[in-house]
Design a protein around this ligand. Structure first.
Ligand SMILES: *[C@@H]1O[C@H](CO)[C@@H](O)[C@H](O)[C@H]1NC(C)=O
Ligand SMILES: *[C@@H]1O[C@H](CO)[C@@H](O)[C@H](O)[C@H]1NC(C)=O
Ligand SMILES: *[C@@H]1O[C@H](CO)[C@@H](O)[C@H](O)[C@H]1NC(C)=O
Length: 408
């Protein structure tokens, strides 16, 4: 999940041509946007954890909201990786909704227009800061492993952890969005669903981003009746600019809008899901769905470059990872250090080290990660890493402490 401008601020004229621009605050803003989007946007397994860089070199495909790239408002702003969804979120604010109402409607919209990246079958993170209490809460609605999952379930089946029914977790998004809405929402639950239902039912234009994924997954789509109905309705894969209809998703959204999360977690939508998953060789059960719990904890707060950043605690690595990268760049001691092509090189190298370090993290429910976490946040560690970054070369993978070598 990447915002429109992921490439531009790194490579574009902002850095090289206008010396009045404060590159640091730009970088920080960009990374904050990444963080926020990683929170609102939801994410299939690695996609969130590996940040958004897997496909960060293609940014031309997003739908932009009309008008300028920079939006200012005294009242509120919604930023999603598809302009149509940002607009839907903003419309909730205009109706008197809370930021959480906007986030819910935006996330549901993203699940319709970017179904390869997020959706009600997946999981998500959300950070909410209350202006009234200054309390910042983190909603962990990440997928969890089904009860029948086992440590070695992928051992003889590499790839099954990534694609297919065995790779899926117990979906958390609907439960988490509902939990956040219960605490903060002002609009009716069903109101938040209407724009997404309309898009799914009446059709939406395939953006280049989705179009690329359809093309890439062409074989799989054509081999699956359900996927084919949506993404290749006439036996031909949809292309950017074509209209896509997702009637089944509209029906599921309608059921959850009217009956609440129970429709998925203890009702007909869940039953159909379990049936489909089991037919496809998966292990999800109704018990898994009934047992799903959202974790609500305090957000983590990190101080970086004089700013306090609130973000998602582990199992998300976003906040610690971002802090580590910013601290590495900051340790050059100059606001020019991330400028231009050399700056880009340093950012990439810092990211490689961060990806390696984050492989030592784990789910805090199962692993004690406190020392890894404090190392990732420490200024002296950042300095050590910075000294391992050379301006004239890159290194083979081993150099980046790559213990597992599976995030590349
Ligand atoms: C599931 O629904 C049944 C009624 O259909 C109800 O008795 C039960 O308490 C529900 N379970 C959960 C976990 O909500
Ligand atoms: C986790 O490890 C740290 C030291 O690395 C220790 O101080 C702390 O007590 C441990 N926490 C738990 C819950 O075991
Ligand atoms: C690269 O830079 C390092 C330190 O700045 C220097 O020692 C090394 O000789 C340089 N390597 C090349 C090939 O220029």
């Amino acid at each position: 999940m990447k915002p429109n401008g992921i490439k531009d601020p790194f490579l574009g004229s902002d850095y090289s041509s206008n010396s009045k621009h404060k590159s640091w605050s730009k970088l920080l803003r960009l990374l904050l946007v990444l963080l926020i989007i990683s929170i609102v946007g939801l994410i299939y397994r690695e996609e969130v954890s590996c940040w958004m860089f897997r496909e960060g070199n293609h940014n031309s495909g997003r739908f932009k909201a009309s008008g300028a790239d920079i939006v200012e408002s005294e009242q509120g702003v919604v930023a999603a990786d598809d302009g149509r969804c940002s607009e839907i979120g903003a419309s909730m604010l205009r109706q008197g909704g809370h930021a959480v109402d906007a986030a819910v409607a935006t996330a549901l919209c993203l699940g319709v227009v970017n179904p390869m990246a997020s959706g009600i079958g997946g999981g998500s993170f959300m950070i909410v800061r209350s202006s009234a209490t200054s309390q910042t809460q983190a909603f962990d609605m990440r997928e969890t492993a089904p009860l029948a999952a086992s440590q070695d379930m992928y051992e003889n089946n590499p790839g099954a952890n990534y694609a297919g029914a065995l790779s899926m977790g117990v979906p958390g998004e609907i439960a988490g969005l509902h939990e956040a809405w219960l605490k903060h929402g002002r609009l009716a639950w069903r109101t938040l669903f209407q724009p997404a239902i309309k898009l799914a039912k009446e059709g939406f234009v395939v953006a280049p981003y989705l179009g690329r994924h359809i093309a890439k997954s062409g074989g799989r789509i054509l081999n699956d009746r359900g996927l084919q109905e949506v993404f290749a309705p006439n036996g031909k894969l949809l292309k950017p600019g074509d209209k896509c209809y997702n009637e089944k998703l509209a029906q599921s959204l309608e059921a959850v809008a009217e009956q609440g999360p129970q429709a998925l977690y203890n009702g007909t939508v869940g039953e159909m899901l379990v049936k489909d998953v089991s037919k496809a060789g998966g292990i999800l059960t109704m018990e898994d769905l009934r047992n799903y719990k959202v974790n609500v904890v305090d957000a983590v707060s990190v101080n970086v470059m004089g700013y306090t950043i609130s973000g998602m605690p582990p199992p998300s690595c976003g906040t610690a990872g971002m802090a580590m990268v910013l601290n590495i760049l900051d340790s050059y001691g100059s606001s020019d250090s991330a400028k231009g092509n050399l700056g880009l090189h340093r950012i990439i190298e810092a990211l490689k080290h961060m990806f390696a370090a984050r492989m030592n993290l784990g789910d805090p429910n199962f692993v004690n990660i406190s020392s890894v976490l404090s190392e990732m946040l420490s200024l002296s560690f950042a300095k050590q890493i910075q000294q391992k970054i050379f301006d004239n070369t890159t290194f083979p993978p081993d150099y980046y402490m790559n213990r597992y070598n599976n995030c590349g």
